[in-house]
Design a protein around this ligand. Structure first.
Ligand code: NAD
Length: 484
């Protein structure tokens, strides 16, 4: 049986409480391994190890830290096929996606921040001829990193890399639903010669291992990606400790198609932004807002595209839609579609589990790509995050109305808009309440730019210098000029 062990102080160790969680393969519904069900004692051991490693790691030159992180990137790259397979088995996503997106992006995350560790971020300000202010950027200390299941290694390395590059030591907890590539990363870090205690990875549930990290008095900062209600709970727990907090939360992103859009390109991308990773990407455009004059063409194209997506065994190279993460999540998605029907929505395609699947996948957690029309913006289906292969299409007549509809939810993570009119693109982008607006594209990411959400989609930004700022504390040294 496969075992997911903790990485603590440079060693692969079992949980001290002897508790284990089942690891289920979403594509088959079968148990295929067990996961350390760690608790507060394991988190304590990890914190002690991270504290022990902090002094040496934080005083290393940026270039030496960068070399270490590059060695980890080399190891991930050398094991790309193996890691992609592990990710697909653990998560249910198509192997083509793990191989082209998830694991390569983990390599890029590590390399990007390995380079970022080279820069000297010290700033100096002269106060006339009275004083010199020097602003140091010092690592925070031991930091806690908590990540979700939808892009497991991709999002975990997106946190680990800047935290380490800035000189912190880490206690990380991946999702208990997809821990396998994180455990492998722990092994690779040992093989890559990471100093013991610099990168600790503790597995377990949110209420157990996660809560122990968030409430640990000696963990100085928490970087969390996950659901909005979990984020609210984490903020409450962390507040009395005055921890630095970065929260990347849910979304209900609008995808706006104006009448002058390049429809071929818009529809090819909209099919992806609706259903990539079975719609389980926080940036998916789950609300398609379309100018009434092109509504029929958009519906026809999206429904045809959705029907043609090949659902099947995620390990099959030709599969385009894999399994959802768990039976409870598949049931949640199905109940959201049922409630859309009750609200008066018309389900144009999908809205059910696929009637036939390869034998191996008979008991897997699959759901057909689903397109719904006929709901107004206040409908629950248009307000709440579903996080599955479900999109709604709603018409608008005026630009102003499209903006109001786009901003009508409590979320504000990202938006896409499609138009050939550059002035309109700029005008509308400025008024959309979101951390990122894509114009005539989707999911194009430059790792230097800030990434995050507004409203209930989060607090703070990741990416580039924003991440390096989060993982450092500024210290001002104000030195008086000596009078001569
Ligand atoms: P989740 O909130 O259930 O879990 C995320 C992580 O938090 C997991 O590791 C979990 O074990 C841990 N956790 C749960 N309860 C905890 C607690 N009390 N204390 C500490 N940790 C706890 O989210 P999920 O279901 O894994 O992920 C899906 C959600 O993540 C969606 O809402 C999605 O939009 C969001 N997401 C956001 C982004 C972004 O960048 N904004 C990216 C990916 C996913």
């Amino acid at each position: 049986m496969n075992q997911v062990l903790n990485t603590i102080n440079g060693q692969q160790v079992e949980p001290t409480n002897g508790q284990w969680l089942q690891n289920i393969e979403p594509a088959t519904g079968s148990e295929y391994g067990r996961i350390a069900g760690s608790g507060a004692d394991d988190v304590n051991l990890a914190v002690e190890a991270a504290e022990g490693a902090f002094s040496a790691w934080s005083s290393m030159s940026g270039s030496d830290r960068g070399d270490c992180i590059h060695r980890l990137a080399d190891a991930v790259e050398a094991n790309l096929d193996d890691l992609a397979r592990l990710e697909t088995i653990d998560n249910g996503k198509p192997i083509s996606l793990s191989r082209s997106l998830d694991i390569p992006r983990a390599v890029t995350n590590l390399r990007f921040f390995a380079e970022a560790s080279l820069a000297d971020r010290t700033e100096e300000y002269e106060t006339g001829d009275v004083a010199l202010n020097t602003v140091l950027r010092q690592p925070v200390g031991v930091v806690g990193l908590i990540s979700p299941w939808n892009l497991p290694l991709y999002l975990l390395t997106w946190k680990i890399a800047p935290a380490l590059a800035a000189g912190n030591t880490v206690v990380a907890k991946p999702s208990e639903l997809t821990p396998v590539t994180a455990a492998r990363l722990g092994e690779l870090s040992i093989e890559a010669g990471f100093p013991a205690g610099v990168l600790n990875i503790v597995h377990g549930t949110g209420p157990s291992a996660g809560e122990a990290i968030v409430s640990h008095p000696r963990i100085k900062a928490i970087s969390f990606t996950g659901g909005t209600s979990t984020g609210a709970h984490i903020a409450e727990t962390a507040a009395p400790h005055f921890k630095k907090l970065s929260l990347e939360l849910g979304g209900k992103n609008p995808n706006i198609l104006f009448e002058d859009a390049d429809l071929e390109s818009a529809m090819a991308t909209s099919l992806r932004s609706s259903f990539a990773n079975q719609g389980q990407i926080c940036l998916c455009g789950s609300r398609i807002l379309v100018h009434r004059s092109i509504q029929e063409r958009v519906i026809e194209s999206l429904v045809e595209g959705a029907r043609n997506l090949k659902i099947g065994d995620p390990l099959d190279e030709s599969t385009q839609q894999g399994a959802l993460i768990s039976s409870s999540h598949r049931d949640k998605v199905a109940s959201c579609v049922d409630s859309a029907r009750e609200e008066g929505g018309e389900v144009l395609c999908g809205g059910r589990c696929p009637p036939s699947l390869p034998d191996r996948c008979e008991n897997g957690y699959f759901y057909e790509p689903t397109v719904i029309t006929g709901l107004d913006m206040e409908a629950k289906t248009n307000m709440e995050e579903i996080f599955g292969p479900v999109v709604t299409i709603s018409p608008f007549d005026e630009e102003e109305e499209a903006i109001d509809m786009a901003n009508a939810t409590r979320y504000g993570l990202s938006a896409s808009l499609w138009t050939r009119d550059e002035a309109r693109a700029r005008r509308v982008s400025e008024r959309i309440e979101a951390g990122t607006v894509w114009v005539n594209c989707w999911l194009l990411r430059d790792l230097r730019v800030p990434f995050g959400g507004v409203k209930h989609s989060g607090v703070g930004r990741e990416g580039g210098e924003e991440a390096m700022r989060f993982f450092t504390e500024p210290k001002t040294i104000c030195q008086a000029r000596s009078a001569t």
